[in-house]
Design a protein around this ligand. Structure first.
Ligand SMILES: Cc1ncc(COP(=O)(O)O)c(C=O)c1O
Length: 465
């Protein structure tokens, strides 16, 4: 067999241990560091050939393919139960799994000693935002404050109800919606103040906006509804005073994407609205089903949409949701490791700041380089090592053709310097529970390589981000 990697005879540099093996970094003939695994007695047990293949296996940016593979047996059982139910009842619409998924989410994310949450499952996160805006009474002519750095749906849902999104900047460090930018907007655009009716903080990359309490105070003073976009923050928490709140439970309505790429999802498209208001939940249950009252098939009581979550999707959701806490812990462990390496090596990268009171769910792990060119060099270096990165998001919303061209009206508040820098210089390292230890090591080594080849180690340079 051809030996493609030569292990150097220099003493290995210890890189970590597991219960049965230790892994060490060694330099191969080409000068790249690679991994070798040793058993408890110190004997190498990975062959050079298997080391080669594990070293070159593509590391995808997202782990949802692997997730479905791992869950295959559980999913088949759940889907088989849905088929049985439909065979018995003759319908697959709004079956038991939808209610079961709703109950699971309500129980998991209700903070003790607070009013219970009501969960309404819909067919996407975008529909969830749309429904929440309708249920909050946001109407044509209104203005809604949203961050410039978010997925298009946060703003698009405002446009769908006929409201105009006002794009504001992110806070340096935490990268979530900036309250200072909102206050500045209120003085600079006093003409709009009376027409603003809602604000949508986004818990970006899985980190709950830390200033939620201040934001809610401001919104109450102004008479605005608050809708959380928690699409990326399943199971993330924020402690306010003595209470620990889950993302999506601190406002009038919390919206989640439950799509297959999220921390726990439904394989394809799905979404969820959380509210403490039983009236809002009852409205949304009609709204998602063309306005029908449950049990009144041909009675349409509110102007609704075709927005139900499918029963097969919900069954997948119930399977995935049971793993969410464990998966989030695994994501946190990877994030901790990446951050430690970046800091220890003194790499000039900026990562998201998470205050002590917040526990993120690490939907994404974003590194921000000093410039667009540096970001591209890092991405290229990782691509050479068969590691996918995700330039996420490459374009802040006001620069998107739909808004820039004026097809949809919007207001831009300030220069959006933080959002602009994030869009130009931020990229995601792979982070998902299925990313094994060796793959994490490969990611780390590839980032270090990028710095060794092109970039300088040192103090982070991207001022203000
Ligand atoms: C912040 C944010 N909002 C809204 C959405 C829309 O969710 P969906 O794709 O399920 O419609 C997403 C999905 O990626 C998101 O990340």
């Amino acid at each position: 067999m051809q030996r493609r990697w030569e292990l150097a005879s220099v003493p290995p540099q210890h890189a970590g241990t597991s219960s049965h093996t230790s892994a060490t970094l060694q330099r191969n003939a080409a000068g790249y560091q690679t991994l070798a695994e040793y058993d408890a007695a110190g004997n190498i047990y990975t062959t050079t050939e298997s080391l080669t293949s594990s070293s070159s296996r593509r590391i995808p940016a997202q782990g949802n393919g692997r997730r479905m593979q791992n869950l295959r047996a559980e999913l088949l059982t759940a889907w088989s139960a849905v088929i049985d139910e439909g065979v018995e009842s003759g319908t697959y619409t709004l079956g038991k799994a939808v209610q079961q998924f709703e109950r699971m989410v309500e129980e998991a994310w209700t903070t003790p000693d607070t009013d219970p949450m009501h969960a309404v499952m819909v067919n996407s996160g975008t529909t969830a935002l749309y429904g929440a805006l309708v249920a909050c009474g946001i109407k044509p002519g209104d203005y809604v404050i949203v961050p410039a750095m978010t997925f298009v749906s946060t703003a698009l849902a405002c446009s769908w109800v006929g409201a105009t999104p006002i794009f504001v900047d992110s806070t340096p460090g935490t990268w979530t919606l900036s309250i200072d930018a909102v206050k500045y907007l209120l003085t600079e655009r006093a003409d709009l103040r009376s027409q603003i009716t809602a604000i949508i903080p986004v818990h970006l990359y899985g980190a709950v906006m830390p200033e939620m309490a201040a934001l809610i105070d401001l919104a109450q003073a102004e008479g605005w509804k608050v809708i959380e976009d928690a699409s990326q923050a399943h199971g993330a928490t924020l402690t306010v005073g003595s209470e620990r709140y889950f993302a999506g439970t601190m406002s009038d309505a919390g919206c989640f994407s439950m799509s297959g790429v999220k921390n726990a999802g439904v394989a394809e498209d799905g979404g969820c609205i959380l509210t403490r208001s039983p009236e809002m939940a009852a409205f949304l249950r009609m709204w998602r089903d063309l306005g029908r009252k449950p049990g009144d098939r041909y009675g349409f009581h509110v102007p609704g949409v075709r927005g139900r979550m499918g029963t097969f999707a919900a069954a997948c959701g119930t399977v995935q949701f049971q793993h969410l806490n464990k998966w989030n812990q695994q994501r946190r462990a990877i994030a901790t490791r990446y951050t430690a390496v970046i800091n220890e090596a003194g790499l000039s990268l900026i990562t998201q700041v998470n205050p002590d009171e917040s526990e993120p769910s690490y939907y994404k792990y974003v590194i921000v380089a000093g410039s667009q060119a540096e970001r591209e060099q890092i991405e290229d270096c990782l691509a050479e090592a068969s590691i996918e990165t995700e330039h996420y998001y490459p374009c802040m919303l006001p620069d998107q053709p739909i808004y820039r061209s004026g097809q949809l009206p919007c207001v831009v508040a300030g220069d959006l310097a933080v959002a602009r820098h994030l869009a130009a210089c931020g990229t995601c390292l792979p982070i998902y529970p299925e990313l094994n230890w060796h793959e994490q090591e490969r990611v780390i080594e590839a980032v270090k390589q990028a710095f060794a080849r092109h970039l300088h180690a040192g103090v982070a340079v991207a001022a203000g981000v």
